[in-house]
Design a protein around this ligand. Sequence first.
Ligand code: COA
Length: 701
Amino acid sequence: MIVNKLTNMVRPGTVAVVGASSKQGKIGHTVLNNIISCGYKGKIYPINPKETEIEGIQAYQSVADLPEPIDLAVIAVPASLVPGVVEDCGRIGVKYLVIITAGFKEIGAEGLEMEKKIIETCREHGMRLLGPNVVGFIDTHTPINASFAATFPQKGEIAFLSQSGAMLVAILDWSLSSGLGFSKVVSLGNKADLSEIDFIEDAADDPNTKVILCYIEDIVDGPRFLDVASRAACKKPVIVIKSGTSQAGAQAASSHTGALAGSDLAYDVAFRQCGVIRARSMTELFNLAVAFARSPVPAGKKVAIITNSGGPGIIATDNVENYGLQMARFTKDTIDALRGTLPVEANVYNPVDVLGDAKADRYRFALQKVCADPNVDSVVVLMCPTGVTQPVETSQAILEAKKAYPEKPILAAYMGGETLARGSAMLAEGGVPCFTFPEPAISCISGLVRYNEMLQKQEEAAAQMSRIDQKGAKAVFYDVIKDNRLVLLGSEAAEVANCYGIPVAPTVLATTPEEAALEADKMGYPVVMKVASPKILHKTDVGGVIVGLKNSDEVRRAYLEIMDNVYGYMPQAVVYGVEVQKMMPKGTELIIGMTKDIQFGPLVGFGLGGIYVNLLKDVSFRLARGLTSGEVEKMLQETKAYTLLRGYRGEKPRDIAALTDVILRVAALVNDFPEITEMDINPVFAYEEGLSALDIKITIS
Ligand code: COA
């Protein structure tokens, strides 16, 4: 039995430290001391074959000697001893293991073998394992410090998961001087069992965590990551820095923790689609963490800037544009109020320049007016120290504005050093992110805005996908499997498409000429008839397709003719009957298809269809999982077909909204049914209004 909830791991009632040592400077000594000194309230059991007492606590020779069940065992003995210790832990029913010891997968074949053995033992006994090759983990709320880190961080709302132990300890040390607090900190190491995915899942439901930060080198289970991360991202921001983006970096990552780093582009697409915010540097990762932990998410992208000097105001304005944000246009009331009170030389439009001689009162007034403006979503306050600047009083004014307008993020850039230090410390304490230069402030707002847009898109996608009959599609697949087939007939594929709201030309299977005529009468003429046989791939080549049938007599004759032709060419063919399909008016020919990536699962492709499809290779792809209408829009724009769809050389534009909807529905279908191995809609006719899928091929496994 596998225990899944990690809450019990980070809040253990009993902890054993295997390799606990009384000798200063040894890892086993540090781990034990960290658990004691962090204020852990549960029972601690040091294990050491040579000691009877360590740090005043009774020690045991082996885990086998322990007097009560153990929730967590932290292991810090040499690698060769670890398999035996894990076996002992399994036997006494330990629930969670942290293996600090290095020297496994990351050192090569021999280490890998040993690691596999350990995982087997864990599985056998239902133990979950963090590591090996880790610093350990910390939960500041329990509290527990099951690590050999030198620093116990401040309590806070950030969960930090790191595949690099060194990075983790460096950040912990830095956090003390930066005032950053953590809810939990986890060193992921070789990820033999538990990985970032498990801890993201746990942190998403952890009431003590507001922001999830990850440093990763690889992802072991792409589809599960997408599932878990997209669900987590709807609850709280997930910010990831993925190293190994360069060729040399990827090489280094694989020798570091034995990571198999995949294509960086796939990671980029995957993060974007599941709503994970990707930071490009460690600085950005932590700036965003601060912004998300301390600021609300703004309603939109309109930014107001208040500054006491022109140059930084211009730089910030440039940044606003570069980061895809907009400078807010103030209402007339705001402009009039600013003009009425600020000196005549002041700029009352955005960026508001309160001038170099501004004291706190001018900042306070400008802040009140700008924050109250409905056209402003967030505010950046810039300050350069002059002889009359009042940093402390101005910080006070900013904190007052934050309190009065809790829904609008206010960030600051205090450009200077010593003179502004007290003022910026006040802001940090009061929950206003304060930087030395404008760019990180604007970049943080851009992160907040992107997150908000992602949430809105997820909601919109959920609403759009509500009209789906998953059960109906399942029943079709079930019948196909019962019939010992993997390829769906055209009429079955059409039924699946109907269940998912994909507009498809009416298609029905007929098993006699009479039935064909009846169905054709119902759908209206002209119709096309196609032989229904999963084994016949090129139906036209065997005389299995007749088009342009205008009445029931023609339909009856066509039925018999098709049967004659097919059995003439392929006497052994298994034929289910003939499909009758309504002939649709010609539209712009497109293709929508699906292919699978080993790491991240199904990708949906879109491109120009028809006879030039192979020649032009005009196709773009997105991961099906977490696909949003915004992403589909970008996907369409990447193709040459987009120019045609928008109305080329006087032609009327095609229904791009309907096309977007169909691509989202195909994505939903292939997500819901991982057993679909291939799917192709070729062609899809796009019209001025709506579209129609003509030929749908679906293969299942
Ligand atoms: N059960 C319990 N304790 C045992 C034991 C057993 N079966 N066998 C030995 N021990 C004790 C030892 O007696 C010793 O205690 P002592 O200090 O009182 O003598 C203690 O466990 C540690 O064993 P030792 O042989 O001294 O090893 P070590 O402390 O030099 O190294 C590790 C052990 C785990 C620290 C080392 O192997 C290692 O992996 N270091 C790298 C860790 C790392 O970098 N991790 C990744 C971070 S990102």
